[in-house]
Design a protein around this ligand. Structure first.
Ligand code: BES
Ligand code: MN
Ligand code: ZN
Length: 496
């Protein structure tokens, strides 16, 4: 799928499908500027339909008009954007999604999007173009990798965002950023959706190495012997119960000044989490193939940063393992020694994410990071707390937390902060080791974050619990690619 920006006169544009906005004053729909331009040439056809009540103008409402007389567009899609004064990113994205759906249903090869006839919220053209591309591309994604049916190429090949001449450069820039972000989201979704028997730690390592071929990324992969030398006793203990060897995948993108402290992203890469000896119930266990979505979001974000040529140094680290029951697996009560030297009593082998992340968090101190963000499908408790609308945010640095909260708002990929107070850390006390790997009843998402915080004391750190946001269950089961949009926005802001 190609995305581009162009500047044309709306009312004389030849188009397979031309998308324009209508608004509502609460009672009836009104034409936006671009819709009004079309209407003037089309014998007031659009005005008539709107006055007749064929479209409400509420966000998400649509009306497809075929072959309007007087203009050169074969089809005009009116898309409701809600109250003109209140439209923002959410409405714009909803409209772009509706446009993508309509284009696919109409089987057209291309479409033109002229939704940006006013400022939606405080967004500039660059940002609006990004939103449109990202939202459309997310709707158009289809998983086909393991389907035997013919992979039919979709009819839709290109989308153009139509803007005023003065806005063309800004729109082009936004499209470029949107495309790079969308590629990152797609990569994260694709890796997430692959089954556990294909997407193993070694498979992820191969994909990371392959990234070097097309993008300015340097990949290194540590195997179990390397990790043994580094004394990653916690990470290795999780992998011991599995026949697939663990990998520590390191991807470096050096778009910033040489020697500038990097942002380090650490993603949980559990390619299948059966729980280990503390085995999970059978229901929906298949969804634990998604337990590497944090790692996948690191792949996606690095891909996007490199494709955008962001002027920033970014390092992505993905500790990857399976968590299975086996004669050699961790047992409840086992005590392991982490790379940091802290001993850990494993009271529940299903709290394995923190066990692989803690050694990765110790490892990355060598980069002297400007900031560290770890991303993990860490706790069912986070789903109880926040559902699937926001990812959990935890941090030892208010400034970093503020940046991530703001990036969540402007990308639409939101996070909400929870505390990491010592009161909660005390729940991790063990009689036999420095720390237990679970914190008992209450605040499970917080105690998991507090566990990680114990290993992140040397730098500015934030943790994103994406257990509720990384994938959807039910009929629409599949990876969402979150929080790639959030992380890309965060990096863009950092790059200035
Ligand atoms: N990967 C799971 C968390 C998870 C569960 C994410 C369900 C999404 C849906 C994690 O490894 C885990 O099993 N966590 C346990 C921790 C508990 C044993 C303290 C959990 O949340 O039940
Ligand atoms: Mn688990
Ligand atoms: Zn897990």
């Amino acid at each position: 799928m190609d995305y581009l920006a162009k500047s044309n006169k709306i009312d004389t544009l030849a188009s397979r499908l031309l998308v324009v906005a209508v608004y509502t004053d609460g009672k009836k729909a009104t034409l936006g500027n671009n819709a009004a331009l079309l209407d003037a040439r089309a014998n007031r056809r659009l005005r008539t339909l709107v006055a007749r009540g064929d479209i409400s103008g509420e966000p998400g409402s649509t009306l497809l008009v075929h072959d309007p007389a007087g203009i050169r567009a074969e089809r005009v899609l009116l898309v409701g954007m809600g109250k003109a004064a209140e439209t923002g990113a959410r409405e714009l994205r909803q409209a772009a999604e509706a446009a993508a759906g309509a284009a696919r249903a109409a089987n057209v090869r291309s479409l033109d999007i002229a939704l940006m006839d006013r400022r939606h919220g405080r967004m500039n053209t660059r940002r609006m173009a990004r939103h449109v591309v990202e939202a459309m591309d997310a709707v158009l994604y289809r998983y086909t990798e393991t389907l035997s049916g013919k992979k039919k190429a979709p009819a839709l090949k290109s989308a153009a965002i139509v803007v005023d001449r003065a806005e063309l450069n800004a729109a082009r820039r936004g499209v470029r950023e949107g495309v790079a972000t969308a590629h990152g989201v797609t990569l994260a979704r694709e890796l997430g959706n692959l089954p556990g028997n294909i997407c193993t730690p070694s498979y992820l390592a191969r994909r990371a190495r392959a990234m070097q071929k097309t993008l300015p990324v340097k990949t290194r992969v540590l195997n179990e012997a390397d990790m043994q030398k580094l004394k990653m006793g916690s990470l290795l203990s999780v992998s011991r119960g599995s026949r697939e060897p663990a990998r520590l995948i390191i991807m470096e993108y050096g778009g910033g000044k040489r020697g500038d402290a990097p942002v380090v992203l650490v993603g949980k890469g559990l390619t299948f989490d059966a729980g280990g000896i503390s085995i999970k119930p059978a229901g929906a266990m298949d969804e634990m193939k998604f337990d590497m979505c944090g790692g996948a979001s690191v792949f996606g974000t690095l891909h996007a940063a490199a494709e955008m040529e962001l002027p920033l140094n970014v390092v992505g680290v993905v500790p990857s393992s399976e968590n299975l029951p086996d004669g050699a697996a961790n047992k409840p009560g086992d005590i392991v020694t982490s790379m940091a030297g802290k001993t850990i009593e494993i009271l529940n082998t299903d709290a394995e994410g923190r066990l692989i992340l803690c050694d990765a968090l110790t490892y990355i101190a060598r980069y002297k990071p400007a900031a560290v963000v770890d991303i993990a499908t860490l706790t069912g408790a986070c789903i109880i707390a926040l559902g699937s609308h926001a990812s959990g945010l935890f941090s030892n640095d208010d400034k970093l937390a503020g940046e991530l909260l703001a990036a969540g708002e402007s990308s639409g990929d939101r996070v909400w902060r929870l505390p990491v107070w010592d009161d909660y850390t005390r729940q991790l006390k063990s009689n036999f080791a420095d720390l237990a790997n679970i914190g008992g009843k209450g605040a499970g998402a917080v105690t998991a974050a507090c566990f990680l915080k114990e290993f992140a004391s040397d730098y500015s750190w934030a943790h994103l619990d994406i257990a509720g946001t990384a994938w959807k269950s039910g009929g629409e089961k599949g990876s969402t690619g979150r929080p790639v949009p959030l992380l890309v926005e965060f990096l863009l802001q950092r790059a200035g």
